[in-house]
Design a protein around this ligand. Sequence first.
Ligand code: SF4
Ligand code: SF4
Length: 383
Amino acid sequence: MLFEMVRGQVITDGWRSKEVHEALDLCLSCKGCKGDCPVNVDMATYKAEFLHHHFKRRLRPLPAYSMGLIMLHARLAARAPRLVNAVTHAPVLKSLVKLAGGLTTHRELPPFAAEPFDRWFARRTPLNPTGTPVVLWVDTFNTYLHAEVAKAAVLALEDAGCRVMVPGRAVCCGRPLYDYGMLGLAERLLLRDLEVLRPHIRAGVPVVGLEPSCVAAFRDELPALLSYDEDALRLSLQTLTLPEFLLDHLTDYEPPRLHRKAIVHLHCHHRAVLGADQELDLLRRMGMDAQAPDFGCCGLAGSFGFERDKYDVSMKIGERRLLPAVREAPADTLIVGDGFSCKTQIQHATSRRALHVAQLLAMAIEHGPDGPPGDRPERLYPD
Ligand code: SF4
Ligand code: SF4
C-alpha cells in the first residue's frame, strides 16, 4: 500500500490516505519485522513517517496527546505524585481521566513513584569517587514511575565499583513520539538530549540505559533522525544496556550469584534492535537457570494496548504465549522483564510481577545466592 501511495495511481490522496492509515493502525511498532526481515524492512519507521505526514497541521487522535506526551505529563505529575495517583485511581474520576485521554477503562493507569528517581539520587552521596565512570541514563518511565528499578541499577553499578553519574537534566529519547509520528518534537527532544549529554559523549563515558525501547531509540532512531550530528552518532555507539556495560566494559566483572530459576521475557525492541545475548549471558553467569522462549510481543507495545479501541487485540496478543506461560510458572520462579510496557501487561493480566535485570542484581547483592525465601520473590522488590 505504501508503494501504491508513493506511485499515486491506485491511492491518489498520498500521505492523507485513510486506507494506508487504516492498514498501519494495528502495527504495534514492535520492530519484529526489522529483526526478522533479511533486508531490515522496518514498518515501525515507515509508520512513524506516515503518521508524521498524515497528521501534519491537523489534530491527532487523543492518545497521541495523553500517551505520546507522557514525558511532559510525568514531569508535571512529579510535583504532586500522591495527588495525581489519588485522582487517577479514584472511582468515577479515573474513568473520566481515561476517557478524556482516549484510553481504555479496562486498565489501571500505572501509579507515579512517591519520589522520582532524580530527586532520590540528588540527595545521596555517590560511592566510588575513583571508580570507572558511567552515566546512568534513567528514562521517563524509570524516573517517574518505576523509580525502584533505577535505584537497583545504582546499587548494582556501585557494587561493581563504578562511579555513577546521572545527568543534571531530564533526558528522554522521545520513544512515545515516534509511535505517534510526532517526529518534529522528537527531533527537538533529541537535540536537547545531546546538549545535556555532550560533555559525557565527548569524554567517551558509556551511557547505560534501563528501558530497552529507549536504548533502542538511541541506537536506531537517533542516528537516523540526526544523521548530520557527529555527537548523535557517537551517542548511539556509546549507549548500552546494563548487561552490555557490565560484561563488555568492566574488566574482571564478577556478577553476584543468584541460584534461582527464571523465565525471561525480552522486549520486542531488545530482541529486534539490541540483541539479547548479554542479558542472558549475565543471568547465566549469575548462576541462574534462565529460560527465554520467544513469547513474541506482550501486546501492550508502548501505549498501543492503552488505547480504547486496541485493548481487545492487545490482550489477544498477550494471551497467545506470554501471559499463559507467566501464569503457569512455579511461584518461586522469577519472572524477568526489562520493558516498562511488558511489565505493565504482565501485572495487569496475571498475579505475578516481572522484575528488571537490575533488580535481580540487587536481589543477589542483598539476599545472597539463594535469594529471598518464599514464593513470589518479586514481593520484596516493588516498582
Ligand atoms: S506489528 Fe511489529 S512486526 Fe508487525 S509490521 Fe508492525 S513493527 Fe513490524
Ligand atoms: S523482504 Fe522483509 S518485508 Fe519483504 S517479504 Fe521479506 S521479510 Fe517481509
